[in-house]
Ligand binder design. Structure first.
Ligand code: PHE
Length: 358
């Protein structure tokens, strides 16, 4: 800054006004901490700041009659400079805080990790659909152990030790300690017929969804694990007509109203008479095609009237009681409903397959 020079008495207001205007100009462009510090040192610095210079050059040598006016003007300038420096300091600090906040703010606009929604597995859908149908008929759903004793899996179902019906139900046996009861992986859900009747007096109306195991090599129509839904109804007045009507109702509900059913004689040790339930082919409508081998019919599941011998194992009065049972293959029914040509597709977790059931 150029030297202040002398101050004539009539120049006091004007010279101070000029200083003040200059300060305001410089303060107006001090936008950060460094320029603010230079501003402060230049104007309010103790040794050589403008205010000190004014005091030294104008106030001290002033004649008594002027001292008062200069002193007052200097005080006003000083107050103005200090107040302005303080408010600029606050503004600069606030701006710095704001900047830091903005830099540190979490960017919530970043997309999150999108997890693809899965679909219900086709077998699960079939389970639910079948459960819905039988629940509406007054059945309840029960579950049983996948590890069974030979007694429940075979004997109490009228399949004694050397019965040929055990052949196609060969299975996995657990190694159990000597003397302990043998354990096997159940080959069907039928053991739950026995377990249920042991515990509950008639009327009985249950279905049993679950996994079953057989010693099979996997191919398009076989697996060593598959799924069944057992059904059992026992009461004092259940006839073969009730059985046939229930089966027909179920098949129509599940496969559609156009499908016809037929009962074909068959054999199971725990039902008598036993049948295979067939339906008119869902693919050709009964005209004959590759799937039904030109017969117009496809086999759905096994069923029959409960063999009185089974009642003997659970202390039911075979004279008074009658009932029917059925064993639905969930893979097979799903296959027929959705035209799936390879059973292994169910277990391979290929999304291209699974998404078709969404
Ligand atoms: N448990 C038989 C099977 O797995 C099916 C069945 C159940 C047959 C109930 C008749 C009655 O092959």
């Amino acid at each position: 800054m150029e030297p202040l020079g002398d101050l004539a008495p009539d120049q006091v207001p004007e010279r101070f006004a000029k200083l003040r205007a200059r300060f305001d100009r410089e303060a107006g462009v001090a936008h950060d901490e460094n320029s603010w510090k230079s501003l402060r040192d230049f104007w309010a610095g103790r040794k050589s700041g403008v205010l000190t210079q004014v005091a030294d050059a104008w106030l001290k040598p002033a004649k008594p009659d002027l001292k008062r006016a200069i002193g007052q003007a200097l005080n006003e300038l000083k107050a103005h400079v200090e107040a302005a420096l303080e408010s600029r300091r606050l503004a600069i600090e606030a701006a710095a805080d704001q900047g830091a906040l903005e830099r540190e703010r979490e960017d919530l606009s970043l997309p999150g990790v999108i997890r693809a929604l899965g679909t219900r597995h086709p077998l699960r859908q079939t389970f639910e659909e079948i459960e819905r149908i039988f629940l509406s008929l007054g059945y309840s759903v029960v579950a049983g152990p996948e590890m069974e004793t030979p007694y429940y899996n075979f004997e109490a179902l009228n399949i004694p030790e050397h019965h040929p019906a055990r052949d196609n139900m060969d299975t996995f046996y657990m190694s159990t300690p000597p003397g302990a009861a043998a354990l096997l992986l159940r080959t069907h859900t039928s053991p739950m017929q026995v377990r249920t009747m042991e515990k509950k007096q008639p009327p009985v109306r249950i279905i049993v969804p679950g996994k079953v195991y057989r010693r099979d090599n996997p191919d398009a129509t076989h697996g060593f694990i598959f799924h069944q839904i057992e059904g059992l109804a026992v009461d004092t007045d259940i006839t073969f007509c009730d059985f046939a009507g229930t089966v027909e109702y179920f098949v129509r509900e599940f496969l559609g109203p156009k499908v016809k059913t037929r009962l074909r004689p068959s054999y199971f040790p725990f039902t008598e008479p036993s049948v295979e339930v067939d339906a008119t082919c869902v693919f050709c409508g009964g005209k004959g095609c590759n799937v039904c081998k030109q017969s117009g019919w496809i086999e759905l599941f096994g069923a029959g009237m409960v063999d009185p011998a089974v009642y003997g194992f659970v202390n039911y009065d075979a004279q008074r009681l009658s009932g029917f049972a059925f064993g639905l293959g969930v893979e097979r029914l799903t296959q027929l409903k959705y035209n799936v040509n390879d059973l292994q597709l169910y277990y391979q977790n290929d999304m291209r397959f699974l998404r078709q059931f969404a």
